[in-house]
Design a protein around this ligand. Sequence first.
Ligand code: ADP
Ligand code: MG
Length: 540
Amino acid sequence: MPETHEFQAEIKQLLDIVIHSLYTEKEIFIRELVSNASDALEKLRHTQLTEKDIADADQELEIKLTTDDQAHTLTIEDTGIGMTHDELVKNLGTIAHSGSKAFLQAIKEGGAKNDNLIGQFGVGFYSAFMVAKSVKVYSRSWQSAESGHVWTSDGSGSYSVEEAADLTRGTKIVIELNDDSHDYATADRVKSVLERYSAFVSFPIQLNGDRVNKVSALWLRSKSEITDEEYTEFYKFQAHAYDEPRLKLHFSADAPLAINSILFVPQNNPEKFGMTRAEPAVSLYCRKVLIDPSPKDLLPEWGRFLKGVIDSEDLPLNISRETMQDRALIDKLGKVVTKRFLKFLADEAKNRPEDYAKFYTEFGYFLKEGAATDFTHKEQLSKLLRFESSLTDAGKTTSFADYVSRMGEEQKEIYFLIGPSRAAIERGPYLEGFKSRNLEVLFCYEAVDDYVMRNLGEFDGKKLVAADSADVKLDEKEQEGEALSKDEMDALAKWLKETLGERVNEVKSSDRLVESPAAVLNADSFMTPQMRAMMKALQK
Ligand code: ADP
Ligand code: MG
């Protein structure tokens, strides 16, 4: 007896949009299903390393597509890891896929038109419903004790699951095409889509019995033979992405480890809207075999915006994070790649400053986070940071190194001011004492800057000092006009302290100010005003 399940509310919403969308590039559903098949095969290959009892162990690892233009069906079959009854219910009935989550989030925020969003985020398995009257998923798990099942849905509110006899390990998806989509039951149409999207699948793909792809790992090929289009297609395939990569680094090393790697920076910062946190997405391979698609501690935390692959033949296939020796290898590998990537960014900044500035606008946050938290790479990272300053034009930035090169003989420290905008900082009373002495001040507009400056502490041996902190000592300056006498000054300070009472620590005279009569300075060396504001917000 088939059991019927309701889709989770989010999936219903998603399906409703997918089915009624006017999205023109419906063919992407083939790419989605082939990429799921490829993921399932990778997972099987990995399971084989640790498990002995695998159902149908002798089956070839491959993907087969079959078209039937009489019945108007397209079938996609793989011999991968398969799904148990419970996995069918969980994976195809609830929202797990991060792309679909981001998609729904974007719909909620009501940004672009829905049809565009499908192309931007991808809706994974559910994209099949753009072309389907009904979808049947036959699946049998690698775990030999589990029986096979078939999952069926027409994409409206529910689906059914039923036991199915005579299945071998893997998944077979049969799509009964809707009236507008009959061309996906013809071999020519499917072949042209496969040729475009599936060049990077590392398992053989057959269409109606003929082989369509040649299996090759792009990162092992020589750079000079690879076209930009190939890199872009590879990025899209590998990162499940829909944009073009913003930056690309393809490199090989022999020592201290043998490494072949391609790293990509996407167009946009996925954390820009503060809703999601990016997951590590640089896959770890050993001689073309996927070891981990999302290794948690290979690259530093701040590198979570990167996409791509790292392949090292020096790793054991069954690498384990639990053993010290393997842990040390992973550490070393991560460090070599990180150093190389940081050097690449430094070159970009030097050779293509305008592109670097655009990259920085989008991804600078991650570099700041790294500069504050990643002790190993702090120095390289601090050189990549950029700030506006009292000497730059609005919208233009400078580096610590350039700042230092402009420092006079006498100046020992690097000054910065934190404020919501350039105008706010320039309007405030803190800048004038520095300006009148020709001291440059860096302008920081982001909440995280305070934390970054404190954690960095110094650059090139020069202390980073907040220009509004009480312990900044500026040199004596000739007073213009008439100054108050010492007695008058003391009396004024006493009166101010009495009047302001507990609200201030101390009132004293200073020659920091040029135009303004008085300024509030931060005397608390443990907490800056920015930190206090943050604590207050947290306590609410
Ligand atoms: P994603 O691939 O990003 O996780 P999808 O919507 O494409 O999202 O697929 C949802 C889930 O369904 C997958 O994570 C996987 O667990 C499961 N799945 C889909 N297709 C297959 C398949 N061919 N074999 C095994 N599991 C699959
Ligand atoms: Mg998928």
